[in-house]
Design a protein around this ligand. Structure first.
Ligand code: ADP
Ligand code: MG
Length: 703
């Protein structure tokens, strides 16, 4: 028998060629199965029957009432033709209007007869009217089998809604269900379903579209979320199992000269307990014979770079090369400078390679890594280029992981016949369970301790009227020998305006802080790499007192003498971005300050964000708050567009409980049957295939 789920949606009664094209274009719905997995986004109560007089403007999105037809009328010509049925009950009257399908509807409307009318109310000159409502005779309505009273509402687009009418989508789903519902097979083995109390898939699909009760609906939602998250987990954990079954990871058996000499002679300060613990974890991973795949989470300023450097020295001591990839030119150059400084006097070859590398630098890097003379290579995406050929790459660090995708991470593997150990680092704090889902099959380490002597950054919120005070404060700090960042937002849509704000601000500051006392440097994405670098050099060396910049400096820049971070139009930044920016100060022993500038008028949400910033410096707390403020829906959208999990109903942030359960379930399933080869597991195999490769991530959206 033909499988209707995979067949073209045009065969569903009521669809046809034209609507099928529209469904595909507007919602990506191509097959009957696609249509059935377009779930309602909310439900309305269909047991409620209004009286016309009760329906007020702006009340409900959809209403249902009983009314008798008092007359009909026609207006307009040709394509503008319109058919109106005038109806009333004891409390008032209304107009039902049709623009299409007039031939069909005029035959069904009988004067004097009573109908159940359902649709979207609108008001025109205080008169209630409904365009393309659904109507049933009372006989039909009463003969319908008793419904739960809940009716799904589907998200559509304007174009679709105008073609299909208020109830159109619902009717298509009814037809699709009639066609394909009986063919839905159960993918989950009975034992699994029993264990987790899951409703059968067919029942779940029926209840998600046509809920029998709110309890059944809840169970249906649970079941469908379970399937999605299980599909994702089977992939993630499957990859992990595969990685751990290969056992061809490099073994760093020795702690040797480079590591020891660095530890003994070069370490500028004692490691924090958390840094030591993470280095131990990495050391343990790299002696097992399995390839390491570890995520290091640590708040801004927690000292991840040092952990990375010491891990790379472990590789060097065991005869392997290491590399470190950073998301921006500035950051790569900074890491290079730090590493060169820290390793000064030790016999470890270090090179840098970025998109902006001149021929000489490039040649030195490429030849050095090919010959093995260069032990540590630092750079940007340029490290991924094909001509970058390592002699024996054993360890890869990826800094600020949220800026890179899985694909890029995976490409590092292909540089070697045997996969190097991989350490990815991020300061974007996300709850652990979520991190596991998002970052795939990584083990997670956390640096949960800041270096000693750090004082929380004092954070205040000023409006524009306090600008004079701000300038006074900047002068005072500079007089004490400190440096100041002034950061402007840069949002793609208004890029040109943003750059204007930035340069205006730069000029204003240059005027107010004139030479010879003050030097102001500027740094933004439109500058040539060499100019950017020169600005950064001026600021780092202390020649420049003030750095005016876009959020390019957001990630990782380290100038401990800078104690003031001024963020202009702070309301335009997200919470985690604000936190990242603030992390640029408070790196030395001095008291540091973050000043959030904004206009007087703020939305409630922006105000809450700025208040949260003033209240706490704890990145994990801010991340939680962020989740709350933005709401699960929004985050879900962000994550989904970012990572293309393509989940229809589960929300990895809001459905942590289902996520936890499916992780456990996937682990048990794969332990018993790693290849899902057992005949009972055919459905699971199919589920895994459906969600394969869906977590291509682009975390630039999260930060
Ligand atoms: P992030 O984790 O944000 O990448 P960095 O690695 O840039 O942080 O470190 C922030 C600052 O803290 C740097 O100036 C670094 O030298 C300093 N630092 C790192 N570890 C320690 C430590 N154990 N004690 C004191 N300062 C430290
Ligand atoms: Mg860093």
């Amino acid at each position: 028998m033909e499988n209707y789920l995979d067949s073209d949606v045009k065969f569903v009664p009521g669809v046809g060629e034209v609507r099928a094209r529209l469904l595909d274009k507007e919602l990506g719905i191509r097959t009957v199965g696609d249509l059935l997995s377009h779930y309602p986004f909310r439900y309305i109560d269909r047991t409620k029957v209004y009286r016309i007089g009760e329906i007020a403007e702006g009340d409900a999105a959809l209403v249902q009432f009983r009314a008798r037809v008092t007359g009909v009328s026609y207006a307009g010509e040709g394509r503008k033709r319109r058919f109106t049925a005038h109806v009333s009950d004891a409390t008032g009257s209304a107009e039902l209007v049709w623009f299409h399908g007039i031939k069909w509807i005029e035959k069904r409307i009988e004067r004097g007869r009573e109908y159940l009318v359902f649709g979207r109310p609108s008001f025109y000159r205080n008169e209630l009217s409904l365009v393309h409502p659904e109507i049933e005779t009372m006989e039909q309505a009463l003969s319908r089998k008793p419904e739960s009273g809940m009716q799904g509402i589907y998200s559509t687009t304007e174009r679709l809604a105008s073609t299909l009418g208020a109830k159109g989508f619902y009717l298509l789903v009814c037809n699709a269900w009639r066609l394909a519902g009986p063919q839905i097979r159960e993918p989950l083995p009975a034992a699994l379903r029993e264990r987790y109390g899951l409703m059968p898939l067919r029942e779940a699909l029926r209840n998600i579209h046509f809920p029998q009760s709110s309890e059944e609906l809840r169970r249906a939602q649970y079941r469908l979320k379970f399937d999605e998250l299980l599909g994702v987990q089977l992939n993630i954990q499957g990859r992990r199992t595969e990685r751990l079954s290969r056992s061809d990871g490099f073994v760093f058996s020795a702690v040797g000269d480079a590591f020891n000499a660095f530890y003994r002679d070069k370490l500028p300060f004692p490691l924090t307990g958390a840094q030591k613990r993470v280095i131990r974890e990495i050391r343990r991973d790299t002696t097992t014979g399995y390839q390491m795949n570890r995520l290091l989470q640590g708040d801004v300023g927690s000292g991840k770079t040092l952990v990375a450097l010491m891990s790379m020295l472990l590789a060097v001591d065991n005869g392997y090369q290491a590399c470190m990839m950073a998301p921006t030119e500035i950051l790569a150059r900074q890491h290079f400078a730090t590493v060169v400084r820290m390793l000064d006097g030790l016999d470890v070859g270090v090179a840098v390679l970025t998109g902006a590398s001149k021929a000489k630098e490039r040649r030195a890097a490429l030849e050095g890594i090919a010959s093995g003379e260069v032990r540590i290579l630092i750079g940007t995406h340029a490290l991924l280029e094909d001509r970058v050929r390592f002699r024996n790459l054993g360890f890869v660090v990826i800094d600020e992981q949220h800026r890179f995708g899985v694909e890029q991470r995976a490409r590092m593997w292909t540089k070697n016949a045997r996969p190097p150990h991989i350490l990815v680092m991020t300061a974007t704090p996300i709850p652990r369970t979520l991190a596991m889902t998002l970052y795939g099959d990584l083990d997670v380490s956390v640096i949960d301790e800041l270096p000693p002597g750090r004082r929380p950054v004092k954070t205040v919120h000023y409006t524009d009227s306090a600008r004079l005070r701000l300038f006074g404060f900047m002068r005072e700090q500079i007089a004490r020998g400190r440096q100041v960042y002034v950061v402007y937002p840069l949002i793609k849509e208004s890029e040109a305006m943003d750059y204007k704000d930035l340069t205006d601000g730069y000029e204003a500051i240059s005027r107010d802080f004139p030479l010879p006392h003050y030097v102001t440097a500027i740094c933004h994405g439109r500058m040539k790499p060499a100019d950017k670098e020169e600005s950064m050099r001026q600021f780092k060396s202390g020649e420049a007192h003030i750095l005016v910049a876009t959020s390019v400096i957001e990630v990782g820049v380290d100038v401990p003498n800078a104690t003031v971070m001024v963020i202009e139009s702070a309301e335009r930044f997200g919470l985690s971005q604000l936190h990242q920016l603030r992390g640029r100060v408070g790196r030395g022993g001095e008291q540091s300050y973050c000043i959030l500038m904004s206009g007087e008028k703020l939305s409630r949400e922006s105000r809450a964000r700025l208040e949260a910033m003033c209240e706490t410096c704890d990145g994990f707390r801010l991340a939680e708050l962020d989740l709350k403020l933005r709401g699960a829906g929004d985050i879900n959208g962000t994550l989904q567009s970012g990572m293309a999990f393509d989940l229809k109903i589960a929300n990895p942030t809001a459905d942590i409980q289902v996520l936890t359960v499916t992780r456990e379930a996937a682990a048990a399933i794969l332990e018993a049957d790693p290849q899902l080869a057992h005949p009972d597991n055919g459905g699971l195999r199919e589920l895994r295939r459906r969600y394969a490769g869906r977590e291509k991530m682009d975390f630039s959206m999260i930060s």
